[in-house]
Design a protein around this ligand. Structure first.
Ligand SMILES: C[C@@H](C(=O)O)C(=O)SCCNC(=O)CCNC(=O)[C@H](O)C(C)(C)COP(=O)(O)OP(=O)(O)OC[C@H]1O[C@@H](n2cnc3c(N)ncnc32)[C@H](O)[C@@H]1OP(=O)(O)O
Ligand SMILES: [Co+2]
Length: 133
């Protein structure tokens, strides 16, 4: 695992939160993307070298809808940049982490992604991200 790739924040209404984060960073989102397989609409903000992903649910079964129903809006996951997601999944499985999808799937922003169950990571949902070259 290299650096933090992004921090994901679950929001109720993407348009409303886009305005909040636009004010916070003094610049609008640079990218919008719907990821149908995850049931999310996303927007991305840059803050210096860091990246924030806002996520809103597109249907009631979306992980974001479930998260907000239980915990309310807030930080949903931390994503780490990895060089080789397949070998990183293997390594983390051997270390006893619960990998939610052993086959990497297509995420937003041209990435292959995999998630670790928060029950195996002290309550923090971790996303692994490998850039698709
Ligand atoms: C597009 C993309 C990208 O960046 O490219 C994305 O980020 S997509 C981001 C959206 N996609 C994902 O999140 C995909 C991976 N997530 C999942 O598969 C799911 O959301 C799970 C993490 C397995 C949770 O699902 P669900 O709540 O149905 O399962 P579960 O019954 O096993 O949940 C067990 C416990 O996990 C807690 N829990 C749920 N979501 C959590 C989260 N984000 N952070 C910390 N804890 C969390 C629940 O409150 C519950 O705690 P208690 O038992 O203590 O009550
Ligand atoms: Co993410």
């Amino acid at each position: 695992m290299r650096k933090i790739e992004h921090i994901g924040i679950a929001v109720n209404d993407l348009e409303v939160s886009n305005l909040v984060f636009e004010k916070l960073f003094g610049a609008p989102a640079y990218k919008f993307e719907e990821v149908e397989s995850e049931g999310v609409k996303t927007s991305f903000f840059k803050n210096g070298p860091n990246k924030i992903e806002l996520l809103a649910a597109t249907h009631p079964d979306s992980p974001i809808a479930k998260f907000i129903a239980k915990k309310g809006e807030g930080i949903h996951h931390i994503a780490f940049d990895v060089e080789d997601i397949v070998s990183e999944i293997e390594r983390l499985k051997k270390e006893g982490f619960v990998v939610l999808n052993e086959i990497p799937k297509k995420g937003a922003d041209n990435k292959l992604v995999a998630f670790l169950h928060p029950k195996s990571t002290n309550g923090v949902l971790i996303e692994l991200c490998q850039e698709i070259k």
